[in-house]
Design a protein. Structure first.
Length: 303
């Protein structure tokens, strides 16, 4: 096989009749043109050009191959133009997956601004508790909350820390008070997790701090758990980002846990440079950082 640039050098010499003129067209020096021409001849096992003091002319083999080489040039230029058009086009469907909470608090609010920048892109948001298989193509981009990520060939980037706090409803606070710290949890009714959610660091920690406290409700869905707290069933946990849109929730305190969830942006390495995916990544990363600064997610909001 030969380098495409070697074929370009041959075509330029054929058009202009000399290596010097070909070098001007290709914006390289004459030595480079000669070297590329010689590399092409060596790869093909044929002499394509006869060089002399007065210029260069095609050999019989060079003349026979010229037309096909020109067709190759047209095809390659077509590929380049098509690739450039695809880069500019930015239209189609982008499949984004996240849990409900992140979809409601981050992705959906971001879409208005993203669509204003890229009106040709339709976002298919797949929200739910189940992790879709990004490597298998079930979604293009995932925004996931996790305390750690498994090793894989996927490309990931941390968006922000996503700390959780101990919360209760305003109605519950009025009736039973607000726990000031872990020492108070034993005297309150708790809302806990079920299934995999039971192992969430903050819920497991609350259970350890108050093993004898009454657990009035358990749920395997974070949204349902927060809803139970909002309706006054007991004290539970919620991410700080959720409190800005939850006027009925009171933040009791933020425990100092060794592990708190983080929000990650995940895609496949082969999709990272795809125009639609690249546009979304380039948008959502600074958008999230800007939103985090405006809400000061690293600090507890006032109750």
């Amino acid at each position: 096989m030969f380098d495409w640039n070697d074929l370009r050098a041959f075509l330029a010499v054929a058009r202009h009749g000399s290596a010097a003129a070909a070098a001007q067209e290709l914006k390289v020096n004459q030595t480079t043109v000669v070297r590329r021409l010689e590399a092409l001849e060596a790869a093909l096992g044929l002499q394509l050009v006869e060089r002399s003091q007065t210029g260069s002319r095609l050999t019989w083999a060079g003349t026979r191959l010229l037309a096909q080489a020109e067709r190759v040039s047209v095809e390659v230029e077509g590929v380049v133009r098509q690739a450039q058009a695809l880069t500019r086009e930015l239209s189609g469907v982008l499949r984004v997956t996240s849990v409900d909470l992140v979809a409601d608090n981050l992705v959906i609010p971001a879409l208005t601004e993203f669509r204003a920048l890229h009106p040709g892109v339709a976002v298919e948001l797949i929200a739910g508790r189940e992790f879709l298989d990004i490597a298998g193509g079930e979604a293009d981009v995932a925004i996931r909350s996790a305390t750690s990520l498994e090793d894989s060939d996927l490309v990931s980037r941390k968006l922000l820390d996503m700390p959780f706090g101990v919360v209760c409803s305003r109605a519950y606070a009025a009736a039973h008070g607000v726990p000031a710290g872990p020492q108070d949890l034993a005297s309150h009714r708790l809302v806990g997790g079920a299934g995999p959610l039971a192992h969430m660091p903050i819920l497991a920690w609350m259970r350890e701090q108050a093993p004898l406290a009454e657990v009035v409700c358990r749920s395997n869905h974070l949204g349902n758990l927060i809803s139970a707290v909002r309706n006054g069933l007991g004290v539970g946990a919620a991410p700080l980002i959720d409190l800005y849109d939850e006027p009925d929730l009171v933040l009791a305190f933020v425990p100092d846990l060794p592990r708190q969830p983080e929000l990650w942006l995940i895609t496949r390495s082969d999709l990272r440079s795809a125009p639609i995916v690249r546009a979304f990544l380039d948008f959502i990363i600074p958008y999230t950082a800007r939103l985090a600064r405006s809400r000061a997610w690293s600090a507890a909001p006032k109750s």
